[in-house]
Ligand binder design. Structure first.
Ligand code: 5AD
Ligand code: SF4
Length: 458
């Protein structure tokens, strides 16, 4: 009998990747995916612990799911309720205290053991708790991924973090930095491309610090890995995220100049423009370092579009510090960005700092920063009107007859086009710009470079 699996992922793209791999692990024991929790026999909340709000959402969702769980009667109709991901890793048994009806709690490094956990959950009334950091990598135990179900895909190449920024839970939830061996990564990339994938986003919490071992006993950097991936026939786009400024080395910067498939977009979190705050955050770069790195990147790839993360209201942040963040944003110019109010996370050094910033001040600063970032994003989007871009059309859009894809600069692009073009890289003429996306017409035939300055066809 096939059993139904429902996974809901929160937070970052790595959780999206992990959810797919969990599905691969559970398929051999009879689980197939459903998008309806009401019919699921196993529900997994794949959680995020990065900010308080993200973690709290999990508990309200658990309450809702429990109402469904208690309706189930009969042996074959039961629901196993599981919490995976970073909240599970950080809170462990605390989850069971707050939500005693949860059957399984497991962290991001143990999901290869899901079949055993599920068997134990069936046998045993006690909660199954597995939040170890196993010595052996889960990647050595995961089955071959199933056929991809789209034209763009994520591929985790690096996981964990040794940077210990003072605000961040990731080093505690994802564990120490680890890079997957190059052969494993290249085999997975080739498998994705053989299954129809045309664009791959390499994932890692510190992806640009990738240093995977290769067969000759040496190590490859991310720049080298990207060069090798670009040789895979049929792969037209490569992206990577998330990067740490101090780890942008020459090989990677030069890949932006030399590798045509590497998209001209980079997410490079800076967090703050104030050196005093960057130091208090335990970041290993100053605002000047960041400016220099951006200058090197832009000289390698002049049209590189930048995105970033910002935290406002970090403990001790003064008006002057915040102004430095605004100055940096004005100076660099970002095409999109994520900005957050500082959220104290249990167990991180910054949470214990005495000089916490008030909610009201955080809100004020966040609004000012987001106004500026939104203006920059809209200006960049407007600047795209009249240009032609090669876009991989990925799926139907919200309106009938519409398809959507991503521009080389990561903007969502909508176009009226026949469904037969899903999965094709097509040239689009950008006709209109919105806050978060672009509209386009089908343009001329695909050409070599990803963006041309030709005027749009009216
Ligand atoms: N509070 C607010 N934002 C945070 N981030 C990480 N930890 C916190 C926190 N405690 C943000 C950082 C990071 C992004 C993924 O989330 O900007 O780059
Ligand atoms: Fe968190 Fe800093 Fe590591 Fe990024 S580099 S995951 S912000 S500790």
């Amino acid at each position: 009998m096939t059993k139904k699996l429902f996974i809901k992922s929160y937070g970052c793209q790595m959780n999206v990747y992990d959810a797919e791999r969990m599905t691969d692990v559970l398929k051999p024991i009879g689980y197939s995916v459903t998008d309806r929790p009401e019919e699921a026999n196993l529900v997994i909340l794949n959680t995020c612990h990065i900010r308080e709000k993200a973690a709290e959402k999990v508990y309200s969702e658990l309450g809702r799911l429990n109402r469904e769980k208690i309706k189930r009667t009969g042996k074959d109709n039961q629901m196993i309720l599981a919490v995976g991901g970073c909240v599970a890793q950080a809170e462990g048994a605390e989850i069971v205290r707050r939500a005693p009806y949860v059957d399984m709690v497991f962290g991001p490094q143990t999901y290869h053991r899901l079949p055993e956990m599920v068997a134990r959950a069936h046998r045993d009334a006690n909660v199954v708790l597995d939040t170890d950091f196993p010595v052996e990598s889960k990647f050595d135990h995961l089955p071959e991924p199933s056929a991809p179900n789209g034209y763009s895909a994520f591929l985790t190449v690096q996981e964990g973090c040794d940077k210990f920024c003072a605000f961040c839970v990731v080093p505690y939830t994802r564990g120490a930095e680890f890079s997957r061996p190059t052969t494993q990564v290249l085999a997975e990339a080739a498998h994705l491309v053989a299954g129809g994938v045309k664009e791959i986003t390499l994932l890692g919490q510190n992806v640009n610090n990738y240093h995977g071992s290769c067969d000759d006993g040496g190590e490859w950097s991310l720049g080298r890995l990207i060069h090798e991936m670009a040789r895979i026939d049929g792969l037209s786009g490569i992206r990577y995220t998330t990067s740490y400024p101090a780890d942008m080395d020459d090989e990677l910067i030069n890949a932006h100049r030399d590798v045509e498939q590497l998209m001209p977009f980079l997410h490079l979190p800076v967090q703050s423009g104030s050196d005093r705050i960057l130091k208090a955050m335990n970041r290993r770069h100053s605002s000047g370092d960041y400016r220099q790195i951006v200058a090197r990147l832009r000289s390698a790839r002049p049209d590189l579009a930048l995105s970033s993360d910002f935290i406002v209201g970090f403990p001790g942040e003064s008006d002057k510090d915040f102004e430095k963040t605004m100055d940096l944003v004005r100076e660099i110019g970002f095409v999109q960005a994520y900005s957050f109010k500082y959220s104290p996370r249990p167990g991180t050094p910054a949470a214990a700092e005495p000089l916490q910033v008030s909610e009201a001040v955080k809100s004020e600063r966040l609004a000012a920063l987001q106004d500026l970032l939104n203006d920059q994003q809209l200006a960049f989007n407007r600047d795209c009107i009249g240009k032609e871009m090669n876009v991989l059309l990925e799926r139907p859009g919200r309106k009938p007859g519409q398809l959507v894809g991503r521009s080389p600069y990561m903007q969502a692009v909508q176009v009226n086009a026949p469904e037969s073009l899903i999965g094709s890289l097509v040239t689009l003429a950008i006709t209109d710009a919105h806050g978060n996306s672009l509209s386009a017409h089908l343009g001329s035939a695909p050409t070599g470079p990803f963006v041309s300055e030709k005027r749009a066809i009216a």
